[in-house]
Structures are given as structure tokens and as C-alpha cells.
Design a protein around this ligand. Structure first.
Ligand code: HEC
Length: 136
């Protein structure tokens, strides 16, 4: 009887994880958003060697080192607020990318590091998953 209970609990756990994965966008979903919106500057590899990089007065950041530079934790909040605030930074030297599509879509909850689940537009959550996946 006890054995059956354990099997049932185990199956439930697997089921719950499967549901979460179905709901959460994964890195491959974000890869498209990345190549459409970010790769021209940050490069396909994320290291900052995009084709527009040479035209900018500031070198695009190496996006593969965000975790390393943040002491081993992927800086979800920092990256989110960077993308959100992108158009408000008053840069005259770069052409402003259109990130509207990233901010549209049904929200999914993502953990932003402070124990809070923050509803985030799915395309943006997918992009975050992709960025996290390219950390070295
Ligand atoms: C027009 C070129 C350009 C595009 C397009 C672009 N970036 Fe950037 N990005 C930069 C530059 C230049 C920097 C360097 C730091 C600065 O100027 O703020 C930067 C910095 C960043 C940073 C800060 C890194 C750090 O060290 O904190 C993040 C995160 C980032 N970009 C993510 C993205 C993402 C995600 C996209 C696509 C949605 C994107 N960028 C599209 C040019 C671009």
C-alpha cells in the first residue's frame, strides 16, 4: 500500500513537471527572437560580434558572460530591465531596435530571483531562457 502511494506521488511529480515544461517557453523558442532582434549587434554567438557592432560607438556586450559577471547567477532582473528600458536610455549613437513583438503575448510566470514569480510576456521569457542557455 505504501509502495503504491509512493508510485502515485512519483507519477504526479513527473506529471507536474511535464505540465510546467509545456507552459514554459524553452531556449529554442527564444533563439528565434534572439536572431531576429539581437544578433545584428550581439552576434549569433552572443559574444558581441554582430554585423552592426563595428558601426556602434559602444561595443555590444558579451551576452555569454552575464552569469559569470554576476557571480554565478543568471541576472534575470538586470536583463529584463535592460530590455524594457532599452528605448529610454537616450542613446543617439545607435539605431533603436523595435522590441514591440517581444513585449506582446500571453504572460508566463518566471522566477526573478527574489522568490517572486513575475508575469512576463512569453516571447520575452523565451528570450531569457535562450540567453541563460548560452552562458559559459
Ligand atoms: C543596435 C545594436 C543592439 C541591439 C539590436 C541589441 N543590443 Fe544589447 N547592447 C548593445 C550595446 C552597444 C550594449 C553595450 C552596453 C550599452 O551600451 O548599454 C548592449 C548591452 C546589452 C545588455 C547589457 C549587458 C550587461 O553587461 O549588463 C544586455 C542584457 C543586452 N544588450 C541584451 C540585448 C538583447 C536581449 C537584445 C535583443 C532583444 C539586444 N541587446 C539588442 C547593442 C544592441
Amino acid at each position: 500500500m505504501r509502495m503504491m502511494g509512493m508510485i502515485a506521488a512519483g507519477a504526479l511529480g513527473v506529471f507536474a513537471v511535464a505540465c510546467m515544461q509545456a507552459e514554459m517557453p524553452d531556449a529554442s523558442e527564444g533563439a528565434q527572437a534572439y536572431s531576429a532582434n539581437c544578433a545584428m549587434c550581439h552576434g549569433l554567438s552572443g559574444k558581441g560580434e554582430g554585423e552592426l557592432a563595428g558601426d556602434l560607438s559602444v561595443r555590444p556586450a558579451d551576452l555569454t558572460r552575464l552569469t559569470r559577471e554576476n557571480g554565478g547567477t543568471f541576472p534575470v532582473n538586470q536583463v529584463l530591465s535592460y530590455i524594457d528600458g532599452y528605448t529610454r536610455q537616450g542613446r543617439e549613437d545607435v539605431e533603436m531596435p523595435e522590441f514591440g513583438l517581444l513585449l506582446k503575448g500571453p504572460s508566463v510566470p518566471i522566477a526573478t530571483g527574489d522568490g517572486v514569480m513575475t508575469p512576463t510576456p512569453r516571447p520575452l521569457a523565451a528570450l531569457l531562457a535562450y540567453l541563460e542557455s548560452i552562458q559559459i
